[in-house]
Design a protein around this ligand. Sequence first.
Ligand code: NAG
Ligand code: NAG
Ligand code: NAG
Ligand code: NAG
Ligand code: NAG
Ligand code: NAG
Ligand code: NAG
Ligand code: NAG
Ligand code: NAG
Length: 394
Amino acid sequence: MSLRLPIASWLAVAVAWFGAVTAQVVFACQTAPPPQKNLTDVRTSLVSVPADPFGVVYALHEDVAFVALDDNLGVLDTTAFTPSLLHQIPLPVKEFGSGAAGIALTNDGRHVLVTLNTAAAIVDAAKAAAGSVDVVVGALNGTAGNSAIEITITQDNEYAFVSQEYGTNRTGYRGDIEVFQLHKPTANGSVAGTYIGELTLGDAVVGTALSPNGRYLYATSEVAVIINGTQQGALTVIDVETLKTNPSQAILSNAIAGCAPVRVIVSSDGKVLWVTARQSNKLLAFNASKLLSDPNDALLAAVEVGTWPVGLIFAKHESRILTADSNRQNYTNATAGLSVVDVQAALRGENAVLGSIPTGFFPREFAVSPNGSTILVTDYYSQQVQAVDVATIP
Ligand SMILES: *[C@@H]1O[C@H](CO)[C@@H](O)[C@H](O)[C@H]1NC(C)=O
Ligand SMILES: *[C@@H]1O[C@H](CO)[C@@H](O)[C@H](O)[C@H]1NC(C)=O
Ligand SMILES: *[C@@H]1O[C@H](CO)[C@@H](O)[C@H](O)[C@H]1NC(C)=O
Ligand SMILES: *[C@@H]1O[C@H](CO)[C@@H](O)[C@H](O)[C@H]1NC(C)=O
Ligand SMILES: *[C@@H]1O[C@H](CO)[C@@H](O)[C@H](O)[C@H]1NC(C)=O
Ligand SMILES: *[C@@H]1O[C@H](CO)[C@@H](O)[C@H](O)[C@H]1NC(C)=O
Ligand SMILES: *[C@@H]1O[C@H](CO)[C@@H](O)[C@H](O)[C@H]1NC(C)=O
Ligand SMILES: *[C@@H]1O[C@H](CO)[C@@H](O)[C@H](O)[C@H]1NC(C)=O
Ligand SMILES: *[C@@H]1O[C@H](CO)[C@@H](O)[C@H](O)[C@H]1NC(C)=O
């Protein structure tokens, strides 16, 4: 899972990939974020799980959520505010190895796709929720990496895009996006996929998100270039129609996105992208149309959040963003938590952090319930899933 070349040998190819770097805002890699107000009045509750929880997603209704638990897919009962673990569905780890990571629900709610090294297991959502056996109905098995993290599914459920963090020897160990065509379920419920190919990006490719109109896939690479001695990652805009047929030709533009950008989300109007630049302790906002027309000038805002932000999610009708400030290195001088960011204040360039919600160790990924009232966050090192009552967020 962690085959990596030294940054120096990787850079020769990276610079060629990224293209010329002109004047940019460069964000340093090691910053010490200021202490934040502790939002202890926000109501939260925890459930313990038997493994480090990674990705989490709700079913189409409020009652059930799915969480990646290493060898298993956890099914959470979310009818009460405090979730409880209903079932654990064994994943095909004999074939693909342990380490379930990213998770996504098809837009019809029928299937949960969970990434597993070279692959993504396809699980029948209703049967998993009911606790049936034999609920793994297929797998997507790619050839461009053994470190699959996020998975994104097109609105029509016909394609899936998987980020392979470190790629393979074929990609020079740069990360990539694998492209799969999803077939319709067969009469017995099995689902297959065809591997189309991959698009190689920078070092450590993780975060992906589709634009609401489905035309663009956005992806982050942790390292793309070194500017004046500082590593900077990239936010890449990818043309989805090209990605489906000719992946290697699908890049539309690249922008510098701070030190180690790792996740990206898009506003529902498609106009603003928000990226966590993990080692810069920043939440960055980008103008989506400028990313295409003038990527060097697309940065709209930079908000200093907590230590090493990873996941991020909108709350309260997109008036707030929560960042999962992971403190992944367990610095004794820092704490993990969820920064609460006022979106409009951030875009005006004003102080935008309203405070931090306490969490367990290494909060990583989020899910929001379909009616918006509860947000789940996986506390990876604490082996807990934490529920946050959105109505109590300032
Ligand atoms: C690199 O540093 C020099 C000297 O401080 C500065 O003039 C230049 O703008 C910097 N380049 C970038 C891309 O930030
Ligand atoms: C905490 O310590 C780390 C590692 O020594 C350092 O990089 C970081 O800047 C420090 N953070 C704060 C808030 O002082
Ligand atoms: C915030 O509050 C929580 C819960 O009371 C506490 O465990 C934590 O240490 C506090 N954090 C800071 C930075 O004061
Ligand atoms: C997945 O694909 C790889 C590469 O083609 C192959 O070696 C491996 O056997 C496949 N695994 C399964 C379980 O199909
Ligand atoms: C990549 O690694 C595989 C498996 O070890 C090997 O079969 C293949 O020849 C290598 N390809 C290149 C281009 O080095
Ligand atoms: C289900 O159908 C597919 C395609 O017709 C077939 O390949 C597969 O073996 C079947 N699976 C089972 C469990 O019968
Ligand atoms: C994005 O840039 C375009 C110009 O390319 C401008 O019209 C638009 O208002 C900007 N959007 C935001 C949210 O700043
Ligand atoms: C959302 O769903 C939860 C769980 O069913 C329920 O308790 C809550 O009242 C709902 N909230 C809204 C705003 O409908
Ligand atoms: C951080 O601390 C937690 C809780 O003590 C522990 O489970 C985890 O392994 C630690 N991680 C690292 C990278 O030190």
